[in-house]
Design a protein around this ligand. Structure first.
Ligand code: ATP
Length: 274
């Protein structure tokens, strides 16, 4: 939740260049988004318009960043919510929240003079999980409302809405969500490889004084299996170690200490959720 708070504080303006690694995912996403941009041509050819993109992959790999960059790329307003925000004790509340969010998306797009709106729903599996014979009536209504919104016919007067959803449990999703015309584009946002990690480290090193002797490539090598969010933490922790050391810049030892700290933190997190 600390990370979520930090995300909320950062501006929603984000470009694909601010996202490290993820070369393939970025390419696939841009290609899909070009469909949204070239909607007139698309319509003339009778191609089904793009309604939903599903981003899958482990936590902290940049799915939210991708959705934000998508909004900038397509000149869209950006709205975000997490699946858990639609889970309520009272039947119908989740569904009406979905309705409100889409209404809000349309009115904001008009007000801000944008071509379209991108609605990002993180943890889509919370509302779009497999249905099991009507046991979760509340979730059903919420999911049905989402499907209704997705199936809504777009007219020339209303701004287009693209839904970008994220999950790290794709296999849990109800098949109704994956049907053609819904989330039929899937893009995997995986953990970064070494080159990607170096790219991400460099992005988060930009606003920090790093010693000439520091070797980020070595850090990229040491951080096998780290997510982008963890690499961001490494840079941040390294700066804190430098401050404690009363050092004017971040040295290699601060980076190494930070790697250990983030690695340890991950372990204790896992212990405590056991
Ligand atoms: P979750 O599934 O947990 O919501 P996510 O995949 O949406 O995670 P983000 O919220 O996009 O992850 O990333 C969290 C933070 O981690 C970002 O704000 C950014 O600081 C850093 N980060 C993650 N991936 C990258 C990346 N590829 N490039 C640069 N920074 C990244």
């Amino acid at each position: 939740s600390e990370r979520k708070a930090r995300n909320a504080a950062s501006p929603s303006y984000m470009t694909f260049d601010d996202i490290g690694g993820q070369h393939r995912a970025k390419g696939e996403l841009k290609e899909a988004l070009d469909f949204l941009i070239k909607h007139d041509e698309i319509q003339k050819l009778g191609i089904r318009p793009l309604k939903g993109i599903l981003l899958t992959g482990p936590p902290g790999t940049g799915k939210t960043l991708m959705a934000k960059a998508a909004a900038h790329y397509t000149n869209s307003v950006f709205l975000a919510a997490a699946g858990s925000e639609f889970v309520e004790m009272y039947v119908g509340v989740g569904a009406s929240r979905i309705r409100d969010m889409f209404k809000d998306a349309r009115s904001r797009a008009v007000k801000e003079n944008k071509d379209s709106a991108i609605v990002f729903i993180d943890e889509i599996d919370v509302i779009g999980g497999k249905r099991d014979g009507g046991q979760h009536r509340e979730y059903d209504q919420t999911l049905n409302q989402l499907l209704t919104e997705m199936d809504g016919i777009h007219t020339a007067e209303t701004p287009r809405i693209l839904i970008v959803a994220a999950t790290n449990r794709k296999e849990m999703l109800d098949s109704a969500l994956l049907r053609p015309g819904r989330f039929d584009r899937h893009i995997e946002v995986d953990l970064p490889d070494k080159k990607g990690r170096l790219h991400i480290l460099n992005i988060h090193a930009k606003n920090k004084p790093i010693s000439e002797e520091a070797n980020l490539e070595h850090i990229a090598e040491e951080t096998f299996h780290f997510s982008g969010a963890q690499l961001e933490s490494v840079m941040n922790e390294a700066a804190i170690y430098a401050m404690r050391d009363e050092s004017a810049c971040i040295e290699q030892r601060h980076l190494s200490q930070a790697v250990d700290k983030v690695m340890m933190g991950e372990k204790t997190d896992r212990e405590s959720t056991k």
